[in-house]
Design a protein. Structure first.
Length: 310
């Protein structure tokens, strides 16, 4: 189903070259800039298993490797077009593989697509699925609450490994994976709120790479049990940001609760990992704990943590 992605207009203010790709329900904006020569390496390709045919195969000497000169922003139109073509082809192949890994898991684990609560972690699952399960466990929501962020990060990390961009931003339905070297302003849209489009969150390089996600109880197709016009969360892991944005949005019913809820999200302790077969507590806490949160409801705004407004 087509949806107007109006929030993409002016993204980066000319800072990035960009393409859009779509596959099934996924519709992604990819923005990049490159100031170094780069070459893809098959040793850094996304890992779906050594013999998994879903893994795109690019050898170290693949002629499609990203050899576009020392400064992509200054290359001629033909080189820029070649880069965009190669990037679109590789992004589409990677996106199909990421989505297939999620769909295949859901086909054998039906609750994965429908559960509104966390499911047990599965160490045998593919990385995008593990990311969703881990994020859902942290935020106390179902794994599909993290799907857009998980896809954005899986694609972003794979493309960054392949092309070695200076900066790369993946946006998937309003959820972001961000790798930048200069501050990036992300505008916040909140439906009919008088603050919609008037507030930006500045993502500093010190937080990158990171995820930024926004949930709404009044705008868009995503399920939310709250009434916030916008519930935004930043976390190191994009799937976690996505899951926490859903969790935060679900908690918001009344304007007088906004400040207390964003503070609670930032200060809460993550549920323990015991028995889940996850990585160590330090890594789990670092990647899945919310770093910053912002909420908008009608004419009220509240923020806490690593949120810089612009």
């Amino acid at each position: 189903m087509y949806r107007d992605r109006f929030y993409r207009e002016g993204m980066g203010s000319g800072r990035f070259r960009s393409i859009t790709i779509s596959e099934g329900e996924s519709d992604l904006w990819i923005g990049w800039n490159m100031h170094r020569s780069a070459k893809m390496s098959d040793t850094r390709a996304p890992q779906y298993g050594a013999d998994d045919t879903r893994a795109p195969q690019y050898g170290a000497d693949d002629t499609r490797a990203a050899q576009y000169g020392a400064d992509d922003s200054g290359t001629d139109d033909s080189a820029a077009a070649e880069l965009a073509t190669d990037l679109e082809q590789k992004s589409s192949e990677l996106l199909k593989g990421i989505r297939r890994a999620i769909q295949d898991y859901g086909a054998t684990h039906p609750d994965f697509f429908t559960s509104l609560v966390p499911l047990p972690f599965d160490t045998e699952s593919a990385e995008p699925v593990r990311s969703m399960l881990r994020a859902a466990w942290a935020a106390g929501v179902g794994p599909m609450a993290a799907v857009a962020g998980a896809i954005a990060e899986a694609l972003g990390r794979a493309l960054q490994d392949c092309f070695q961009f200076d900066e790369l931003v993946i946006e998937n339905g309003g959820d972001y994976w961000i790798s930048v070297k200069e501050p990036l302003a992300v505008r916040v849209y909140g439906g009919l709120s008088s603050l919609s489009g008037k507030v930006s969150v500045i993502v500093p390089p010190a937080l990158a790479p990171c995820g930024l996600a926004c949930s709404s109880g009044t705008v868009g197709p995503s399920l939310s049990f709250g009434k916030a016009d916008a519930a935004l969360v930043i976390a190191r892991d994009a799937a976690a940001a996505d899951a926490w944005a859903t969790a935060l949005g679900n908690r918001l019913r009344f304007q007088q609760d906004l400040a207390a809820e964003v503070e609670a999200i930032i200060n809460l302790e993550l549920p323990p990992l015991s028995g889940q077969g996850l990585e160590d507590d330090n890594s789990y806490t670092r990647t899945c704990k919310p770093l910053g949160a912002l909420v908008i409801m009608a004419d009220r705004l509240a923020a806490c943590g690593a949120i810089q407004l612009g």
